[in-house]
Design a protein. Structure first.
Length: 307
């Protein structure tokens, strides 16, 4: 099983008339849903409200084969993210203070089951305490044999304490076996005029065995701590919006590694070229499906098999 750790929320997305319509979302939930739809046994550690939006989220998880057994239930409100679209590109305004996910404390989280193969961390839940500190504590507590992947999915405008956030990210990067960042995220984590390739090496120098760089329409590159790297172009798609694209990419990578029996830290640093190519290709294909339809709506395994 893979456990995803972070926010589940409601994306308020404008329709053709400009009215906001609720859709289940959140970067980490999107990754969990994409994994479940790709046939991977998946659970989600998140805060789940007893309000109507919380019920929407729970139903969405169940429908996509994501276990709700690891959620932290409370009467606190669900986080809302109002999505602003400009030529398909999404920006967000979050309403998160005191919500079901934001308020999670370390003791609220149940012990991780022994059969868990990998843990995924990311999204806005890494931005602000208390949940950010709770998830970092959870990540750092994982045994070395258990693979940890992280995608911070950085939203600078949402961070209340930038110094604290950078300290938290540095600690997470040091523990993670796989780090994924977009080009914009990488430039925020590693400011300066160095090339993206040099910045990728700087991330690897902090400890990860693999760094994944996504560049939208310019494709994705995997950099390994062994010194190798591989680039694949983006899949052609008619872009409706980009909501959930990077989250789906993460799921594709994890699903491909699991299928190749490589979902463990020892295998990551020196993956065979074919496995690396298959991983990036599946991730890119899955993300292309997501951008071709409205909202975070990752593909099912049979959709990819038919394409």
């Amino acid at each position: 099983m893979i456990l995803c750790c972070g926010e589940a929320l409601i994306d308020m997305i404008p329709n053709a008339d400009g009215a906001y319509v609720p859709h289940v979302g959140g970067a980490v939930l999107n990754t969990a849903v994409a994994l479940g739809r790709l046939g991977v046994s998946t659970g989600l550690i998140t805060g789940l409200s007893s309000d109507p939006f919380g019920a929407m989220i729970a139903d969405h998880m169940t429908a996509s084969n994501v276990s709700t057994a690891y959620t932290v239930r409370s009467a606190r409100n669900t986080t809302l993210a109002f999505v602003h679209l400009d030529e398909g590109q999404a920006t967000y305004t979050f309403y998160d203070e005191g919500t079901a996910t934001r308020a999670i404390q370390p003791d609220d989280i149940d012990p991780v089951p022994a059969e868990t193969e990998a843990m995924f961390f990311g999204g806005i839940s890494l931005c602000n305490p208390p949940v950010a500190d709770s998830l970092l504590t959870l990540a750092l507590a994982q045994p070395e044999r258990r693979l940890v992947m992280a995608d911070p999915n950085i939203r600078p405008s949402f961070v209340s304490d930038h110094d604290g956030y950078r300290t938290r990210l540095n600690a997470l990067i040091g523990r993670a076996d796989i780090i994924k960042l977009s080009d914009d995220d990488l430039n925020w984590v590693e400011p300066g005029s160095a090339s993206l390739a040099d910045k990728a090496q700087a991330i690897l120098a902090r400890g990860p065995k693999m760094f994944l760089l996504t560049e939208g329409g310019d494709g994705a590159t995997a950099y390994l701590s062994s010194g190798r790297h591989l680039h694949v172009p983006a899949e052609k798609a008619t872009v409706v919006d980009t909501v959930g694209a990077g989250d789906t990419f993460n799921a594709g990578c994890l699903a491909a590694l699991r299928a190749a029996d490589a979902l463990n830290p020892a295998a990551i640093a020196d993956l065979p070229e074919a496995t690396l190519h298959d991983m990036l290709t599946l991730a890119a294909r899955a993300a292309a499906v997501t951008v071709s339809r409205a909202g975070a709506n990752p593909p099912w395994a049979n959709e990819l098999a038919a394409s």
